[in-house]
Design a protein around this ligand. Structure first.
Ligand code: BGC
Length: 391
């Protein structure tokens, strides 16, 4: 009986929503408010027309959140965008999610449009961490709070909070893997030829990954157990603009033809991101290296599906898993808090100085993943299905 009542109530509610939606259409926008039952689920929304808006019933105000993501060329950002959008929509927010395909000016234009279209809050994963200063000043003038997503927004006072991972620790995990796998704590081990890659110089994270990795590798470079035969050991020399796979491949090809053509072998490559690792692997294959026989250890980051498959095949030795669902939920809580005038959970008030202020941050925990623990970390955790990884 109870069940029948519930079904009837649902049918009734749905019918009401449809009729409210039909009545309240203004231009192409439709606003539907459903009485709030809990603080977090303040409103429910239904869609009609091309641009539906939700009203947060508790506050009696429509809240729009602009979400600016860097690119769809990398899996993680697709997942980030989808997770942030879904979680915000579950709370009743209207989300304008935009990708700028690594074009800095396109991202500026997208953010400008979000402001013009009445965004109440902005979530931004910058392409170039320092290029948004002017548009962020505009957001501040319009009293729009800004949350930096994954990448810190530099040289601006217009950022309220920062949701990210412990970026220095990412580099530590990558380099520690190499230290352990090469057995470097035994001072008789080595010398090993290790080549180094860094991320995009305009992404503040890239420096942190590099610093974490290099602080970990330095004692072994000093003891000559690690030799960087190319001699390219500075961030500037090793950085790959916009994290481009083909640029990493070209750099690795140059290193192989310039330094290793005499017969020396690469033992390991520090790569900060799975996308770069694919390019590095392609260059190695091109130079005659074969997975399974003297194939170098290659690190990575993001646990992309291809990256995880490469762990299983042996093409990649490790990746760093950063659960975008967790990051999205921390970010969404920040949005919800700033819009409700409360304080979100943060766990770091010291590390992320953007040149103007130390941005209160929440750092999620990155996890090193290899062929030995990927089942537990990414499959059992529901990030990928076993079929996806096997397929
Ligand atoms: C992110 C990494 C990602 C890289 C390339 C960085 O800012 O933190 O997770 O691998 O960008 O997209």
């Amino acid at each position: 009986m109870k069940k029948v009542k519930r079904i009837l109530a649902t049918i009734l509610a749905t019918a009401m929503l449809i009729s409210v939606a039909a009545c309240s259409a203004v231009d192409t926008k439709t606003t539907v408010t459903v009485a709030a039952t809990t603080k977090d689920a303040a409103a429910t929304t239904t869609t009609a027309g091309t641009d539906a808006t939700a009203t947060t019933a508790a506050a009696g105000k429509t809240y729009r959140v602009g979400v600016a993501m860097p690119t769809q060329s990398s899996e993680r950002w697709i997942a980030d965008g989808a997770n942030v959008k879904k979680q915000l929509e579950d709370l009743g927010y209207v989300v304008d999610l935009q990708y700028a395909e690594d074009d800095v000016q396109a991202q500026v234009n997208q953010i400008e449009n979000m402001i013009t279209n009445g965004a109440n809050c902005l979530v931004i994963a910058a392409i170039d961490s320092s290029a948004l200063v002017n548009i962020l000043a505009k957001a501040k003038e319009s009293k729009i709070p800004v949350i930096a997503y994954d990448r810190l927004l530099m040289n601006t006072d217009a950022v309220s909070y920062y949701a990210t991972f412990d970026n220095y620790q990412v580099g530590v995990l990558q380099a520690s893997y190499l230290v352990d796998a090469l057995g470097l704590k035994d001072s008789t081990k080595g010398p090993f030829n290790v080549e180094l890659f860094a991320g995009s110089p305009d992404d503040n994270n890239a420096t942190l990954f590099w610093n974490g990795a290099m602080d970990t590798l330095k004692p072994f470079i000093d003891s000559k157990q690690i030799v960087v035969l190319s001699g390219q050991t500075t961030f500037e020399k090793c950085a790959i603009l916009r994290w481009a796979q083909e640029v990493a491949q070209a750099r690795m090809e140059n290193i192989l033809s310039g330094t290793y053509s005499g017969g020396a072998k690469v033992d390991a490559v520090l790569s900060p991101y799975d996308g770069l690792s694919y390019g590095i692997a392609a260059a190695l294959e091109g130079a005659g290296y074969k997975v399974g026989t003297g194939w170098p250890l290659i690190t990575g980051q993001d646990a992309e599906l291809m990256g995880v498959k490469n762990l299983i095949s042996g093409k990649q030795a490790m990746t760093v898993f950063k659960d975008t669902r967790v990051l999205a939920s921390k970010c969404v809580k920040m949005v919800d808090a700033v819009l409700k005038g409360t304080t979100p959970e943060i766990n770091d008030t010291k590390t992320y100085n953007n040149g103007v202020l130390v941005v209160p941050s929440f750092l999620c925990t990155p996890v090193a993943v290899t062929k030995d623990n990927y089942v537990k970390e990414v499959i059992d955790a529901g990030y990928y299905t076993a079929a996806q990884v096997a397929g």
